[in-house]
Design a protein. Structure first.
Length: 195
């Protein structure tokens, strides 16, 4: 199985998403035949969904993430941190699809699941940034969105395994959303009339 997964990853890195998905589906079928409903099968579904997402096939990606979520719930229970992988991805797909309110619900749940001690801080940061995007898209709690994004940026910038490109992405997002809010606030102010 690891060889099939490595081959899929190699294809994905080269942008050969169809070949990567083919290999991941092969690994999924092998796992399903060997294990039935199992957390590893959920992980395989999630990996297929993530690769489809990278390929821009968002409806197919959603389908695989939903199946992964259902399998993790069935095999791990409703409160296991693994569910946050699918919930975070589904939340981001909701944001992209203009369903920010649905996204907030999923991402709040994912944040709660990832907030426990001993979990990878970068996974928490991914969910924090996703929730920040969703909150911003609802036009709602901008201070909380900014706070979550800032925490995520700090984790990527200064964490155990720094990821400067992710930190820079969040910095750009913070700058752009602040500029958008400032512009929107300026548009809402009544214009003074000259004498």
């Amino acid at each position: 199985m690891p060889l099939v997964e490595q081959l899929a990853e190699s294809h994905a890195r080269r942008g050969e998403y169809a070949k990567a998905v083919e290999q991941l589906k092969r690994a999924y079928r092998l796992l399903l035949d060997q294990l039935g409903d199992h957390p590893k099968v959920a992980t395989a579904l999630y990996d297929i969904g993530s690769t489809l997402e990278a390929a821009g096939k968002l409806d197919e990606a959603r389908e695989h993430h939903e199946r992964a979520l259902q399998t993790w719930q069935k095999t791990r229970g409703d409160d296991h941190p693994d569910l946050a992988y699918a919930l975070t991805s589904l939340g981001l797909l909701d944001v992209q699809g203009g369903k920010a309110d649905d996204a907030v619900e999923k991402l709040e749940r994912a944040l709660k699941l990832r907030g426990g001690r001993g979990l990878d801080p970068q996974l928490l940061a991914q969910t924090q940034f996703a929730l920040a995007k969703a909150l911003n898209a609802t036009g709602g709690d901008h201070p909380r969105a900014r706070e979550l994004a800032t925490k995520a940026r700090d984790t990527f910038a200064k964490g155990k395994s720094p990821d400067p490109s992710r930190a820079a992405e969040i910095d750009r997002w913070l700058k752009n959303t602040a500029a958008e809010r400032e512009k929107n606030d300026g548009d809402k102010k009544p214009k003074r009339r000259g004498k």
